[in-house]
Design a protein around this ligand. Structure first.
Ligand code: PLP
Length: 373
């Protein structure tokens, strides 16, 4: 018999999602607005500790609108973490801005404050920074925040992967001037596709809802003074989100168990390390990753191939943006002797982190990996 597929991370649905969706159908709120949308916005804002949120069609749309709210214009410089998914930075290019990439540091794999400082020395005119909490691990958010404040720059916190994670007791997504979340299919909670823009203040969030509904002025006829977008989340999709949110803490706890299980299993293999995090932070452990010391004979590709043979899904670390052909003209700032984001990409691999994987699945994955050493 064919081995059953063991997944990296895929949707986990419960009962309530369908109840909210059924409610949307029963009341004919099958539209890009409605009670589920408003309730989901309020519930997310409440979950992260207050403030306001607008429900959008994707995390990418949320980043796009955050950049518009931050005032990004053609030819502006935007600093962005290099080690990330391309959606972090693509919207800056939609606006004609020029990304400058910032290297990572070893303790979180996220934006290196020393490299960010160096970037401001080279480009003092930069007014917008996009930091990421990669794989659900909070960045050095205090340091990044204070460097941005020193330079009068707006901080956009790409928390697409880190909903539910905390830094010094507060939720990620709330440290930037704007925070963004994603509910894409493989994130810690999903709506099949969707995103959220978060802000402590109400005005920018109201403005984002206006821009997301074609920038239609409050007139009887269709009046437009600005270019708008069709970026609102549908009321059906928001119903899935409301049901998922009820189970977010449970998902985080199961993801933590997976991370700890891998950590314990690999603790005795020299040169193998889990994706690191700071003591002052509580990641949501969205994906468990390992890095293999360059001196080891076993390489990430060996792990990927060995697991693939058993129908077990893995994924390389995000390929840094400064290494991508499409961004080859962009500058890259590193503050270390070696480029940390390249090193993590070269030596790391994402392991199956789906919360539906059983103890048996975990034992199988671990024994295949251990067997390579
Ligand atoms: C998923 C993701 C996004 C984009 O979110 P979508 O909802 O897929 O548009 C942005 N940044 C990071 C780091 C992500 O992982």
């Amino acid at each position: 018999m064919e081995n059953k597929r063991i997944y990296l991370s895929c949707p986990t649905m419960h009962e309530e999602e369908l109840q909210y969706v059924n409610e949307a159908f029963a009341t004919n709120w099958v539209a890009p607005l409605g009670p589920n949308v408003t309730a989901f916005e309020n519930e997310i804002a409440e979950y992260v500790g207050g403030g306001y949120a607008s429900a959008l069609s994707s995390g990418t749309a949320a980043i796009h609108l955050a950049l518009i709210l931050a005032g990004v214009k053609r030819d502006d410089i935007v600093f962005a973490q290099s080690l990330t998914f391309s959606a972090t930075v693509n919207p800056a290019v939609y606006l004609g801005a020029r990304p400058v990439f910032i290297d990572s540091e070893e303790d979180t794999w996220n934006m290196d404050p020393a490299a960010l400082k160096k970037a401001f020395e080279k480009y003092p005119e930069c007014r917008v920074v996009i930091a990421v909490n990669l794989y659900g691990t909070p960045a050095r958010l205090d340091e990044i925040r204070s460097i941005c404040d020193e330079h009068g720059a707006v901080l956009i916190e790409d928390a697409a992967e880190s909903l539910g994670a905390k830094y010094k007791g507060s939720h990620t997504g709330t440290f930037g001037d704007y925070g963004i979340f994603s509910f894409n299919g493989n994130k810690i909670i999903t709506t099949s596709g969707g995103g959220m823009l978060y802000c402590r203040d109400e005005e920018p969030v109201k403005k984002s809802r206006f821009l997301a509904t074609q920038a239609r002025e409050p007139e009887r006829h269709y009046e437009h003074k600005e270019i708008g977008y069709n970026y609102r989340m549908s009321n059906v999709v928001a119903g899935i989100g409301r049901g998922q949110l009820l189970h977010l803490d449970e998902h985080v706890s199961l993801k933590r168990d997976i991370y700890m299980m891998y950590g314990k299993a690999f603790a005795d293999i020299e040169g193998v390390r889990m994706n690191p995090y700071l003591d002052i932070s509580e990641p949501n452990f969205w994906l468990s990753c390992i890095t293999l010391d360059e001196s080891l004979k076993v390489k990430p590709i060996d792990i990927m191939l060995a697991l693939e043979k058993e129908n077990i899904e893995t994924r390389p670390i995000w390929k840094p943006m400064h290494m991508q052909p499409v961004f080859k003209e962009c500058d890259m700032i590193t503050a270390r002797d070696c480029c940390i984001s390249e090193k993590v990409f070269d030596t790391g691999v994402c392991l199956p982190s789906d919360i539906k994987n059983t103890q048996e699945d975990m034992d199988k994955i671990i024994s295949i990996i251990k067997g390579l050493f």
